[in-house]
Design a protein around this ligand. Structure first.
Ligand code: FPP
Length: 238
């Protein structure tokens, strides 16, 4: 049976939109003397655990950084492994998204991916387009600077400079249909944003945890949400 989420109100301690930089797959594998691909496979299991846990917590939107525009610099074999995992993930988890009323969204220029992956993604987007439950946004070939550059170009073509304001820019961002970003988590002890959601992170709470992504799960997400609930958000006020 579908567990209909009860979305949090504006003052609730549960963040409406959580984004995660899933880092540490390679180190997780290395510690176990396994190939990096094994780390990415374990990373997909973590994606499943965390998307389920996010639904159970009533988080409205979960955005996951799965492939950055800089990840093309990795060896072709590793890129191929990541594409293979994406194929498997969409094929095997689409039925669950449908059952659970999850709307899949993609941030980034995924059209540079192999044709069959693009077709799979387009099909999954179309099939979940009418779903009204939580959003799962996967960032694929995403870079925030490119997103902002594209937004600036589009606005410059359409509007005189004095009409280009924050709201106009937000309306051009790929996250325009998602709630404001409340919490941005990065795993594996690195303290960088790595070109992820730079505009959207302006007032987000940031949380850096040492856990490697394949070890992240429901307990770690609950702890992150509890940490968020303790923070005083002032949005520039007192
Ligand atoms: C960072 O770990 C992780 C990535 C670059 C890719 C994230 C991908 C997945 C979790 C699997 C695919 C996702 C989906 C949605 C199917 P790293 O390799 O940079 O780790 P390291 O810094 O320890 O080397």
């Amino acid at each position: 049976m579908s567990t209909a989420p009860v979305f949090a109100g504006p003052d609730a301690a549960v963040p409406r939109h959580v984004a995660i930089i899933m880092d540490g797959n390679g180190r997780w594998a290395k510690r176990r003397l396994l190939p990096r691909a094994a780390g990415h496979r374990a990373g997909v299991e973590a994606v499943r655990r965390v998307t389920r846990a996010a639904r159970a917590l009533g988080i409205e939107a979960l955005t996951l950084y799965a492939f950055s525009s800089e990840n093309w610099r990795r060896p072709a074999e590793e890129i191929g492994d990541l594409m293979g995992l994406l194929r498997l993930f969409i094929r095997s988890d689409l039925a669950e998204f449908q059952r659970e009323n999850v709307r899949l969204r993609i941030l980034g220029d995924y059209r540079r991916f192999p044709t069959d992956v693009v077709t799979l993604i387009d099909d999954a987007l179309a099939r979940t387009a009418a779903n009204t439950g939580p959003s799962l946004a996967i960032a694929l070939n995403y870079g925030a600077q490119a997103e902002l550059t594209r937004a600036a170009r589009r606005l410059a073509e359409r509007l005189p400079p004095e009409q280009i304001d924050e709201a106009a820019i937000e309306g051009e961002l790929e996250t325009r249909e998602l709630p404001p970003l409340d919490l941005l988590i990065r795993t594996s002890g690195e303290h960088r944003l790595s070109n992820f959601l730079l505009w959207q992170a302006a007032y987000a709470e940031l949380l850096f945890v040492d856990t490697l992504w394949p070890d992240f799960g429901a307990d770690e997400l609950s702890a992150a949400v509890a940490d968020f609930g303790q923070r005083q958000r002032r949005f520039g006020g007192l």
